[in-house]
Design a binder for this molecule. Sequence first.
Ligand SMILES: [Zn+2]
Length: 456
Amino acid sequence: MDGMSRSAGRIHLLCNGLSAIFLLSMLLSCAGKESPPEVISPPTAQTPTPAPPIEEAPAPTPITPMPFVAVKLLQIADSLIIRPSPGDSLIVRFLYNGAGITNHRTPSSVSASLKGGWIDLHKQGQGPLETGLSRASISPAKEGSYLYLNGKPYRGSLTLLPAQGLDPNTIPVNLVAINFVQIEEYLRGVVPGEIGNLGRDEIEAIKVQAVAARTYALSRLGQFAEWGYDLEATVKDQLYLGVEGEAPLADEAIEATRGVVMTNGGLPINAYYHANCGGKTEYIERIWDKPAQPYLIPVEDGYCDWAPSYRWEETWRPEDLVRNLSAFLDTVVVIPETGLGPLLDLRVASRSPSGRVESLEAVTAAGTYTIGKDRIRWAMKRGNNPNRLLRSTLFDIEVVHGGDGEVEKITAHGFGTGHGVGMCQTGAIGMARQGFSWEEILTRYYPGVEFQRWGD
Ligand SMILES: [Zn+2]
């Protein structure tokens, strides 16, 4: 279903006459800021801890440079509405199942819904526009004008697709709205939300964020190709708010670094970043079950201890921690129907070179469970909020036992916020305040990378 979308994007690119400078690894995976949990070892009492799964090295695949990214904005079972800017019209392109394409121009808003797995379009208040479509693309008639998706303005165009599930024999029940947008314009809706509201004296940090976000986006092109888009609009990739997320100083920083990306061996790097490293960043392979990268290695940071996110403390009642651990373990191993029982101990089994907890053992009445790497944040969560991840894995643990041997209270004293891989955003802000340039900041957090400007 998606092949049409991808090839259309590439043809468009070639027509723009841009030169190819990048290779893309199509096998790059996982999230931008918060990687979802993967596997966990079973209780060690019965079974030895298996080695973590080894991810195959990505196979570089040549691509043309892509000045457009496809960002999934919505996936809903309901209907959605697209309206033009005041005084403008919509250009609607219909694609029928296996048949031709036709164009339609309308000054009206258009609503879309799914019926029997096909897209139905209606002009608002005027009845059906077209039905039984496998795909619809909607652009503003005036170049540079916005489209409003459910009232929110976006640059570029929108493509609607039925969401095909994992089983191609089932009828799609969700409608997906994808924003095709030039990458520099995409960044305008990303950078302010990712780095925060900074002042002019911190603009080098905004440039750092622009280059990191641009590089991240390029390294993820094609990651969801079978579903018709490249990036999620959430922190799973990068938070993208469209026109509502834009800010003048960020626009200036994006323009000042226009087209610049970080490369290693000619490839855009995996530009991971996080809020605060707690004093030292980390090897990627010590955080996730991912291959090592020469530029994702521990870096001492002396510029992020000013931030509130640098230091934290978290306390759990044992029943709250057992509830959090159970909810996590239940998704990855079989736990007894009677539950884990009382918590008897919680201990750090091993640490990474930067001091992060790499292996945590939860001793319960039902057995000892070993949780590794960044999954620890997903398993422990927070004492007072099971919906939020533990801030980092860089912590010491303090366990208070009662007279009966059961745990009475758990406290973690920690540093940093986020996974700790790649650029520390608050450290970048600290360095910008000290007068470092964006190039100096990025080469500090991503050692050995080169800068290239696509389109040159
Ligand atoms: Zn830091």
